[in-house]
Design a protein around this ligand. Structure first.
Ligand SMILES: Nc1ncnc2c1ncn2[C@@H]1O[C@H](COP(=O)(O)OP(=O)(O)OP(=O)(O)O)[C@@H](O)[C@H]1O
Ligand SMILES: [Mg+2]
Length: 334
C-alpha cells in the first residue's frame, strides 16, 4: 500500500518557488493498477517520482507498506528502490549493453551471485517475450521491444511495485495495446501493484482499476475507473473522457435538430447484453432515436453508453423503467 499524506512538492526556479504538487492525500492499494491522468505540466511525473524518491518532497509524508519513506537514509533508499521498479517513456536503456546485459544490470548492482544472473535474465526475457533477442542491442529493437526490455529490467530485482511514467506514449496504438496487455498480465500473475501515469484516458480505461485525475498539481477526482469514466464529475475529467470517446475535438452534438427527451443511458457489466432499449420502448409506447452510442470495455468489464431521444408514448415511464433495470440515466434535455 502506498499512502500519500499531505505530500507536496515545489521547485525552486531562480528565487521563486513553483508549486508542482499541492498537499495531496491518496492511498494506492496493494495489488491494484492505479492510473493518474493529467495534461502536460499537471504534476504527474513529480507525483510518481516522489514514490521512489527520485524527487525529494517539500512537505508531508509518504508511507509504503507502513514504512515512512520520507525518513529513509541512503541505505534505506537503496533497499526501497529494489522493491520499486520503474519504466520510462523513452525506455532509458544502456545502448552499449545487449538486451540481456540491460536486464542483468540491476542484478549486478544488487550483488546477485554471478551464476544466478543468467537464469534470472532468461526467465525475465521469457516473461516479456524477448527470449530470441537476448544478444541484440537496443538500436536493433522496435519501440515496443525496447519497452519490454525496460519492463524485464524493472522486474529483475523482484519488486512489489511498478511505476510507469508515460510508458506507452512513444508507441503506436497497436504496440501500446500489447504493452498494456503485458502490464495487466504482470499485475495478475505476479500480484504487483502498478502505478501508471498517462495523458490518455484510453490507457486508463484499458488497464486501470482506479484512477486519479491531476489538474494543476491537485487531485481533482479519484475513484474506480468504471465510476470516473462513465460518470465524470470534474470538467477536466469530462474533457479527458470525451477525448477518448470522440477524438481530440470532441463531438459537436446538435440536439436542436431532434425532437423528444434526450437521455444518456449507461449499461455496465452483464446489462450491456440485455435488449432493454427495444423492450422498454415497446412496453411504454415510445419511439427512440439513437443519437450516439458506444459499446466497449473498461479493463474486463463491458459497458455500453447510448444517447437517445425518446418521443411519444409514456416517456417518463420509460425513463423510470431504465433506472429500475439498473441502467444509469442522465437527462441531457428534458
Ligand atoms: N526540475 C524542475 N524544476 C523546476 N520546475 C519543475 C521541475 N520539474 C517539473 N517542474 C514543474 O513542475 C510542474 C509539474 O511538472 P511535471 O513534470 O510533474 O508534469 P507532468 O504532468 O509530468 O507533465 P508532462 O505530461 O509534460 O510530462 C510543471 O509546471 C513543471 O514545469
Ligand atoms: Mg511527465
Amino acid at each position: 500500500m502506498i499512502e500519500f499524506q499531505q505530500l507536496q512538492k515545489s521547485y525552486a526556479v531562480g528565487d521563486r518557488q513553483v508549486v508542482a504538487l499541492h498537499p495531496l492525500d491518496l492511498t494506492i492499494e496493494s495489488g491494484e493498477v492505479f492510473g493518474i491522468v493529467g495534461h502536460s505540466g499537471a504534476g504527474k511525473s513529480t507525483l510518481i517520482r516522489l514514490i521512489n524518491r527520485l524527487e525529494e518532497p517539500s512537505g508531508g509524508r509518504l508511507l509504503i507498506d507502513g514504512d515512512d519513506v520520507t525518513a529513509l537514509d541512503r541505505d534505506g533508499l537503496r533497499v526501497l528502490r529494489r522493491r520499486i521498479g520503474m519504466i520510462f517513456q523513452h525506455f532509458n536503456l544502456l545502448s552499449s549493453r545487449t538486451v540481456a546485459g540491460n536486464v542483468a544490470f540491476p542484478l549486478q548492482l544488487a550483488g546477485t551471485a554471478h551464476e544466478r544472473i543468467d537464469a534470472r535474465v532468461a526467465e525475465l526475457l521469457e516473461r516479456v517475450g524477448l527470449s530470441d533477442h537476448a544478444g541484440k542491442y537496443p538500436a536493433q529493437l522496435s519501440g515496443g521491444q525496447k519497452q519490454r526490455v525496460g519492463i524485464a529490467r524493472a522486474l529483475a530485482t523482484g519488486p512489489r511495485f511498478l511505476l510507469c511514467d508515460e510508458a506507452t506514449s512513444a508507441l503506436d496504438p497497436q504496440t501500446t495495446a500489447s504493452v498494456l496487455q503485458l502490464l495487466a498480465q504482470i499485475n495478475r500473475e505476479l500480484g504487483l501493484t502498478i502505478v501508471l501515469i498517462t495523458h490518455e484516458m484510453e490507457v486508463i480505461r484499458r488497464v486501470c482499476d482506479r484512477v486519479g485525475v491531476l489538474d494543476g498539481g491537485r487531485l481533482v477526482e479519484t475513484g474506480p475507473v468504471t465510476q470516473v469514466f462513465l460518470h465524470p464529475r470534474h470538467p477536466t475529467t469530462r474533457r479527458f473522457v470525451s477525448e477518448d470517446e470522440y477524438g481530440e475535438n470532441g463531438l459537436h452534438r446538435d440536439f436542436d435538430a431532434v425532437a423528444g427527451r434526450i437521455l444518456r443511458l449507461t449499461f455496465l457489466g452483464a446489462d450491456t447484453y440485455q435488449p432493454l432499449l427495444g423492450r422498454i420502448a415497446r412496453e411504454t409506447g415510445v419511439d427512440y432515436n439513437i443519437l450516439s452510442g458506444r459499446i466497449d470495455r473498461i479493463k474486463d468489464t463491458p459497458y455500453g453508453q447510448l444517447t437517445v431521444a425518446l418521443v411519444g408514448g409514456d416517456v417518463a415511464q420509460a425513463q423510470a423503467r431504465f433506472a429500475a433495470a439498473g441502467v444509469a440515466v442522465e437527462e441531457l434535455r428534458a
